[in-house]
Design a protein around this ligand. Structure first.
Ligand code: BG6
Length: 484
């Protein structure tokens, strides 16, 4: 199958950090269709060879085992091309259209890895140049807008020129092998479904923690914040995967319909829940992995009086028969104690205790997303020490390490998603109505913070966030996984 992949933002951060390495891995694994061109688009004046040399030099920052050998790069470079395009100039889109016409590839992928403020312009200009053909696929990177209105405006502009099935909205968390395993766990096994509900589950926790700060993205991050950067998309997509009803089949719309229902069932915010169920934090100076680090307000590009949140902890409630009364806790932040993403499903205690069980040791299922990818089932058993006291149970774990089981050479998130775009598989992409619903739910928080005169809670870098986050969940009698 022949394809042209047009990479808007071809010299940008995302292109060289994520997309080129992913495309190269697909090329190395032989899964990238061989008859393809990758056309980098940017404003710089570069020849094809200069672009190839630039991409080559960027690979030096990639993990050693993912770096191409000189021979491999030479073959991969054969796919790489470059076109100078000023995104505000109609004649530049006409040149792009002419370049694409030369070859008449079966599939044309337009990947917008640019600032979201440019999405509408690019989509409209590209269509005006005739680039919205039936074989066109448009990939939109997050953030798609900065609130519901701007998200809708982008979706509306896209809808004017392309049909929904031509649009691939990326949430790279959906491409992670661990997240696909979550779908497999729930819908490929009959074991969990009967207990996956309020009668058996007491609460569910989603943690996406990062130990690094805002790095070189201070200015972008300062106008974005953790709620828009992580919660509106990645964390809510995980929540959907956990809470959705079993879809009728594995087709994209069957899955997306169920996710949409979850988003629509999220309980709207009230003055009380805005006050009690959300914690907004910002990192101060501290120590991460033994090294002293500066606070957020001292980061380059960040306003020294910034009130942008680098941490969010919140409780979401789903109004449905399955989930009524089961809190879904989400926390995510920068400069936390570790880079670690996991989900903890806490089951209820045994209804009638005939053994002595240590307090707080009811069953839980821990789904590790990264850095390791695996499942842990926490159970209670009779341990050795119980010879003395035969009725006391000890916590034990069933452990499944997917990296060991399937090898670490599994398909990475971007590699998987890029191959899906080229093949036209929409399952792991977000539909416009899902995205709008997620914005609708987070928007009251943004408004609340805008009008709230209080500062975000400052937490020391290298910790698990403000202590209020523990307080928030303790109010319902729960605790974060590292605390209990
Ligand atoms: C991106 C956010 O969407 O996801 C970043 O913009 C964040 O701020 C990143 O660091 C996390 O992705 P991953 O795959 O490293 O967990």
């Amino acid at each position: 199958m022949s394809f042209d992949l047009v990479l808007f933002g071809g010299t940008g951060d995302l292109a060289w950090r994520k997309l080129m390495p992913a495309l190269f891995q697909a090329f190395r694994h032989g899964t990238l269709p061989p008859d393809g061109r990758i056309i980098g688009i940017a404003r710089d004046d570069l020849s094809d060879d200069q672009y190839r040399a630039l991409i080559r030099s960027r690979f030096d920052a990639v993990d050693l085992d993912k770096r191409p050998t000189p021979q491999e790069f030479e073959r991969f470079a054969g796919l790489l091309h470059y076109l100078r395009v000023d995104l505000s100039q109609p004649q530049d889109y006409a040149r792009l259209a002419a370049t694409l016409r030369e070859r008449q590839a079966e599939t044309v992928v337009m990947y917008l890895a640019t600032a979201p403020a440019l999405f509408t312009t690019v989509v409209q200009q590209a269509a005006a140049a005739g680039l919205n053909r039936p074989n066109t696929r448009l990939v939109l990177e997050k953030p798609l807008g900065h609130d519901l209105a701007s998200n809708r405006a982008i979706n509306e502009a896209v809808r004017q020129v392309l049909s929904e099935k031509q649009v691939f909205r990326i949430d790279h968390y959906l491409g992670k092998p661990a997240v696909q395993n979550l779908f497999a766990l729930r819908f490929g096994n009959a074991l969990f479904e009967p207990v996956w509900r309020r009668e058996h589950i007491s609460n569910i926790q989603i943690t996406i923690a990062e130990d690094f700060g805002v790095e070189k993205r201070g200015a972008f991050y300062d106008s974005t914040g953790a709620l828009r950067d992580m919660v509106q998309n990645h964390a809510l997509q995980l929540l959907c995967a956990l809470a959705m009803e079993p879809p009728i089949n594995a087709h994209a719309d069957a899955i997306r319909d169920e996710k949409l229902k979850v988003l629509r069932s999220l309980k709207p915010w009230t003055p009380e829940t805005l006050d009690q169920h959300v914690v907004r934090g910002q990192y101060g100076p501290g120590k991460v992995n033994g090294e002293s680090v500066i606070g957020y307000r001292d980061e380059p590009g960040v306003d020294p009086d910034s009130r942008t949140e680098t941490f969010v902890g919140l409780r979401a409630d789903i109004a449905s028969w399955r989930w009524a009364g089961v809190p879904f806790y989400i926390r995510t932040g920068k400069r936390l104690a570790a880079r670690e993403a996991h989900i903890v499903v806490n089951f209820r205690e045994a209804p009638h205790a005939i053994f002595n069980a240590p307090p707080g040791t009811s069953n839980k299922l821990v789904i590790h997303l990264q850095p390791r990818d695996g499942l842990e089932m926490h159970l209670l058993a009779q341990g050795q020490e119980n010879r003395r006291n035969g009725s006391t149970l000890a916590p034990v774990q069933l452990n499944l390490d997917f990296d060991k089981r399937f090898g670490t050479e599994r398909v990475g998130a971007y590699e998987r998603l890029l191959l899906d775009v080229i093949a036209g598989r929409l399952n792991l992409f977000v539909r416009s109505d899902e995205q709008e619903e997620a914005w609708r739910w987070v928007e009251p928080l943004l408004e609340h913070w805008r009008s709230d005169q209080r500062e975000p809670r400052i937490y020391a870098a290298g910790t698990w966030g403000p202590s209020a986050s523990s307080g928030m969940i303790a109010r319902a009698g729960h605790c974060w996984s590292e605390e209990c």
